[in-house]
Design a protein around this ligand. Structure first.
Ligand SMILES: Nc1ncnc2c1ncn2[C@@H]1O[C@H](COP(=O)(O)OP(=O)(O)OP(=O)(O)O)[C@@H](O)[C@H]1O
Length: 350
């Protein structure tokens, strides 16, 4: 059950190539308007590309002269709103697709009941959608989607409409049921990427800008969006053999860090550091050798949990109340950020 896709949709600025291996869950992440939903529509068959080819398990779904209709693709989409039939019970909703595919009533009922067990809601079999909570309805929708045995499951922000306290139960269910299935999940949530996906593909402005195993992509982000998703500062510069130069002229300074891959002098490299590891200093404090102090103009201050996130362009620092005490910081102020060498990871541009 593998998918290969190559498609361009000039009207939406989209030009992508991607693959999903058998049994793999791919997370599609990226800023608003990047093209994630468009990619799902192409695979579901509700949108046709200007050019391209989509093949699922060796069967061409979309290609020159081929346009398999959405209901004949063995691809099921689960969106953020469950869209259950209001006049059918939970069981009836799960049975519906099975019956539509010709399964005899009795077997469809047994199969629906099996799915109600899998999702942990057997006692709600007879309830109508209006009598279910949002989280329960979404779990029924998961059962309905999977009961149809799709070759590929598309999940478009499946957790987005749920309260934070019910999302974990659905995430856990999805983690379980997606384990051996081929799926693509679109999400804005880093937790989904980490817990559900084997691989992450980052979409920006209609292009896949990076992809790879979820852990690797989040640990060594190449794109600004990925770094934000992973909660890290991302800096780009040139490796001089000992440190990363931050700009054309020497005045821009250089940053010391730990190379986590072999680096070649003169090549462009990236560095990450967590905002919680960036400290605000006055300049008089003792510094360890290898630490870097960067002078920056403060661009914003915002609450972040019980810290204050201070932004200076691409660099953010999470400051404790103690660090804030006695300082009256405002955007426009010049601040000095201290980065310890061991907290900065440096790696090549891919
Ligand atoms: N029905 C449509 N007709 C024309 N253009 C569209 C349509 N839907 C989306 N677009 C455009 O296509 C581009 C990609 O949008 P898409 O909805 O795929 O992005 P997305 O990554 O899913 O965004 P979001 O995270 O906001 O859902 C955007 O420029 C958007 O304005």
């Amino acid at each position: 059950m593998s998918l290969t896709l190559r498609a361009t949709v000039p009207a939406r600025g989209l030009d992508v190539e991607l693959e999903v291996a058998a049994g793999e869950t791919l997370a599609l992440v990226g800023p608003n308007g990047a093209g994630k939903s468009t990619i799902l529509s192409l695979i579901a068959g509700t949108l046709h590309p200007a050019a391209g080819r989509i093949v699922l398990d060796g069967r061409v779904l979309t290609g020159p002269g081929t346009r398999v209709p959405p209901n004949a693709r063995a691809v099921t989409t689960l969106s953020q709103d469950p869209v259950l039939f209001p006049h059918l019970s939970a069981r009836g909703n799960i049975m519906f697709g099975l019956r539509a595919h010709g399964m005899p009533r009795r077997r469809a009922r047994e199969e629906a009941d099996r799915w109600l067990e899998v999702i942990g809601l057997p006692e709600l079999a007879a309830r109508r959608p209006a009598q279910l909570s949002g989280g329960q309805a979404q779990r029924i929708a998961v059962a309905r989607a999977l009961a149809a045995e799709p070759r590929l499951l598309l999940l478009d922000e499946p957790m987005a409409a749920l309260d934070v306290d019910v999302a974990p139960a659905l995430r856990e269910l999805l983690r379980r049921v997606l384990a051996a299935r081929s799926a693509i999940v679109v999400s804005h949530d880093v937790l989904d990427a980490v817990t559900l996906a084997d691989r992450v593909a980052v979409v920006e402005a209609g292009r896949i800008v990076e992809q790879g195993p979820a852990r690797e992509v989040l640990a060594r982000p190449q794109a600004a969006f990925t770094a934000r998703l992973a909660g890290m500062n991302l800096l780009t510069g040139v490796w001089d053999g000992r440190a990363m130069g931050l700009g054309e002229d020497a005045a821009a300074g250089s940053l010391s860090g730990r190379p986590v891959r072999p680096l070649i002098a003169g090549t462009t490299v990236r560095a990450t550091v967590r905002p919680s590891q960036v400290r605000l200093v006055d300049g008089a404090e003792p510094r360890s050798p290898g630490s870097t102090v960067l002078s920056r103009t403060l661009t914003g201050l915002e609450p972040f949990g019980d810290m204050v996130r201070a932004r200076a362009g691409a660099l953010a620092a999470d400051l404790t109340p103690q660090q804030m005490a006695g300082r009256s910081l405002r955007p426009g102020d010049t601040v000095r950020f201290l980065l310890e060498e061991q907290d900065v990871s440096i790696y090549p541009v891919r």
